[in-house]
Write a protein that binds this ligand. Structure first.
Ligand SMILES: [Zn+2]
Length: 141
């Protein structure tokens, strides 16, 4: 199984921030991630915002070596070496792109259990941005 995902696509979605609250369609029950004006399944526009569990698994991932990430990550890369970015398949079925943190890139596998944590994302023009990252969930297999 290939885990290759083009880096430009990965990097461009990195800037999106996920609050882990996503709209579920009132008509057909489909979770719409990212949020849309009209449901991706049935085209209606009534949603209930649902707080997600933050639990998921690695669907696919990539390791971005030093120098390969957008410049706002420079400081972090100097501290930690490489960035691990994953497409996370959430328990609710939706997929999000997020950075993995506090993990050894060598230990990440497709299917590894993850949980969301709230962390500093990066510092840009003096403004610290926060959002969700994922860590390995040691309590699950
Ligand atoms: Zn719908």
């Amino acid at each position: 199984m290939s885990s290759y995902v083009s880096l430009p696509i990965f990097a461009s979605t990195l800037r999106e921030r996920y609050r882990l609250e996503e709209p579920r369609c009132r008509s057909c029950g489909t979770l719409n991630v990212p949020a849309r004006m009209a449901c991706i399944e049935c085209g209606r526009g009534d949603f209930d915002w649902e707080k997600l569990t933050g639990r998921g698994r690695v669907f696919t991932y990539t390791v971005i070596a030093r120098g390969g990430a957008p410049t706002e990550f420079d400081e972090q890369q100097i501290m930690s070496g490489s960035l691990v970015v994953a497409i996370v398949e959430l328990e609710e079925g939706a997929k999000v792109v997020a950075q993995l943190t506090d993990c050894d890139p060598e230990e990440v596998r497709v299917g590894s259990p993850l949980k969301a944590v709230f962390r500093k994302l990066y510092d840009q023009e003096g403004v610290v941005r926060y959002g969700y990252k994922f860590v390995m969930d040691e309590e699950r297999e």
